[in-house]
Design a protein around this ligand. Structure first.
Ligand code: HPA
Ligand code: ZN
Length: 324
């Protein structure tokens, strides 16, 4: 089954590129940039990756990315991930990135965009992969700041495949960002949002009704609201589910408790993704394998999940035809 899942052409729709920073690269970039890390070794970094919830993870995630300073750093970060994903049989990667997490450290948007965009072109040329860019707003910061970031990204609007909404969910409902997402819509930029990871089903409804998103990132808590599940099924909304992330952040206790089988039984359109692979114990293939081990799914089920990801991806019709 491992060989089959490795060879299956997989698209990844839910990845935070800053969360793909492996401890080895963290140390290499710290050295290159003359930064002292609060860890003695790569092993010490990995040992620190035990989280009680999303906010506990986010603290280490924002701290880890402090080694990213130059366009070359962002390029190396993304290429490092694209190579690993390519080895796992991933043919298309959509990466969220968090401009505000860099702006607050004095790293300009131009630096981030230059590095990530160069990596996108390299991935296409060297690895034959397609990629997409999702500019995410930090929901635990103000909507005014998010709007400023969107406006200041004007030179890059053409290069941004979607805007997203991430960071600490509880207490920061999608409704807070209505104007920002309306503006993105006016600009013709597609929209996605994290909802129903730690937050209630109501946040999923808000993301659909108020932000007009085309996909929900996570969304697993929809099961607490049967009417919402019916709606998600009827409207064929795609959920980007991240099973190993949900275990690591204690959204569920163990893989065996993960609601993926119920979500599938409910007829929802699902995809399997890594979220923050360096922090949560593996990439896309590891997430597929964890599902196989926990649920003993058939090849057909995995073909269906991988197919849904390609259908729901931000990619050209020509590329989609190529992959189907
Ligand atoms: N959830 C919400 N925000 C995030 C995550 C996540 O798993 N990773 C990076 N930002
Ligand atoms: Zn995420």
């Amino acid at each position: 089954m491992r060989d089959f899942l490795q060879r299956l052409p997989k698209a990844e729709l839910h990845l935070h590129i800053e969360g793909s920073l492996e401890p080895e690269l963290m140390f290499a970039l710290a050295e290159r940039n003359g930064i002292d890390l609060p860890y003695a070794s790569v092993e010490a970094v990995r040992a620190a990756y035990e989280f009680d919830d999303l906010p506990a993870f986010l603290e280490l995630y924002y701290q880890g990315m402090s080694v990213l300073r130059t366009a070359e750093d962002f390029h190396d970060l993304a290429m490092d991930y694209f190579r690993r994903a390519h080895d796992e049989g991933v043919v298309h990667v959509e990466m969220h990135f968090d401009p505000q997490a860099h702006l607050v450290r004095g790293i300009e948007l131009d630096v981030v965009m230059e590095g990530l965009n160069l990596a996108q072109r390299h991935a296409e040329r060297e690895l034959g992969m397609s990629t997409a860019l999702i500019m995410a707003f930090l929901r635990d910061r103000s909507a005014e700041e998010a709007m400023k970031v969107l406006e200041s990204a004007a030179p890059y609007w053409e290069m941004i495949d979607a805007v997203g909404l991430d960071s600490a969910e509880r207490g920061h409902p999608p409704s807070k960002f209505v104007e920002v997402f309306q503006r993105a819509r006016m600009l013709g930029i597609p929209r996605v949002a994290h909802a129903g990871e730690e937050g209630p089903p109501e946040y999923i409804r808000e993301a659909l009704d108020l932000l007009d998103v085309c996909r929900i990132d996570h969304g697993v808590r929809c099961l607490e609201d049967p009417d919402l599940v019916t709606r998600l099924r009827d409207e064929a909304v795609v959920l980007t589910v991240c099973p190993l992330s949900n275990v690591k952040l204690k959204v569920v206790e163990r893989m065996a408790d993960h609601p993926l089988p119920q979500l599938l039984d409910a007829g929802l359109r699902l995809t399997i993704n890594s979220d923050d692979p360096a922090y949560f114990g593996g990439g896309v293939l590891d997430n597929y394998l964890a599902c196989y081990q926990a649920f003993d799914w058939s090849r057909e089920t995995f073909v269906q999940l991988a197919g849904t990801a390609i259908e729901a991806a931000f990619m050209s019709d020509a590329r989609r035809l190529d992959l189907h």
